[in-house]
Design a protein around this ligand. Structure first.
Ligand code: ADP
Length: 262
């Protein structure tokens, strides 16, 4: 492929002088593409051995009653870590797919209250009996969002699961779909531990965590908000985060009017 990719920077000096600088970024672009393909291929290749490993561990743990305690405990730890690796590999694969292909083929008008009810059920299941959380779906508008159901589901699930993971037992989480001056917005609000505003600008970077130990202990991969950011980019939407330590967090996805249908 003979095409070159150039990046221009134009600086204006007064009314009639301008400095134009062109940089050939073809090589940089190719390297970036190679990095994405590599991550996608490695994640894909890791999936099969991990599935086999998880399968064997499950079979052995079915026999745990007949095994010495130490062995059963060891197998349980191995199962937890295998699940962690599976989550990580799945998130890496999803993220590189979001970066590689343009998307848009499966966009359709989505019934948002129905979609949010589904996410609510999954969030409640994740929170479990010992950590019951109130999840509420507020329907402030019946407009539909023209988007990929799979991608929006994965973005909202990441936000809702974070809300569960960073709140204490008995907390309150609200999933909201409402009109917005720019079009419509989807909000996930919790009254949990919140985030210091200094961290907010970096939260959507891959593997950026406020507290690495806490995130890992609650099953985080460090890629959730990076996935949310990429899904929103593909839908011309923006992510706004409002939070303060101890006062919960609000994640707002703002969609333009062109994405909203009656
Ligand atoms: P992780 O898997 O670590 O949760 P994410 O990309 O989903 O990765 O989130 C990045 C970081 O943002 C988290 O490690 C956590 O520190 C912070 N965070 C995300 N959501 C919330 C929330 N609802 N309340 C408090 N902190 C949050």
């Amino acid at each position: 492929d003979e095409r070159r990719i150039l990046q221009y920077q134009i600086t204006l000096y007064g009314d009639d002088e301008r400095l134009v600088m062109a940089r050939d970024i073809t090589r940089l672009h190719r390297l970036e593409q190679m990095r994405r393909d590599f991550v996608a291929n490695v994640s894909h290749e890791l999936r099969t051995p991990l599935t086999v490993l998880a399968g064997y561990l499950e079979t052995y743990l079915d026999l745990a009653d007949h095994l010495p305690d130490r062995l059963a405990r060891g197998l349980t730890r191995m199962q937890e870590q295998t699940l962690r690796m599976q989550n990580l590999v799945n998130d890496l694969l999803l993220l590189s797919r979001l970066e590689i292909d343009q998307g848009g083929n499966d966009h359709q008008p989505l019934d948002m209250p129905r979609l949010l009810e589904g996410v609510k059920r999954d969030a409640l299941a994740l929170s479990g009996d010992h950590h019951v959380i109130m999840v509420e779906v507020e329907e402030a508008c019946s407009d539909r969002l023209v988007a990929s159901e799979q991608e929006i589901c994965s973005a909202v699930s990441n936000l809702a699961f974070n809300a569960v993971r960073y709140t204490a037992a008995g907390s309150h989480i609200t999933l909201r779909w409402r009109r917005h001056p720019k079009g419509a917005c989807l909000e996930v609000e919790d009254n949990g531990e919140g985030i210091d505003p200094v961290h907010i600008p970096r939260l959507t970077e891959r593997f950026y965590r406020v507290d690495k130990g806490r995130s890992t202990a609650t099953g985080g991969t460090g890629l959730g908000l990076a996935i949310v950011k990429h899904v929103l980019l593909r839908h011309d939407a923006q992510l706004e985060i409002e939070s303060h330590p101890g006062r919960g967090a609000l994640f707002r996805c703002v969609f333009p009017a062109s994405r909203v249908s009656q």
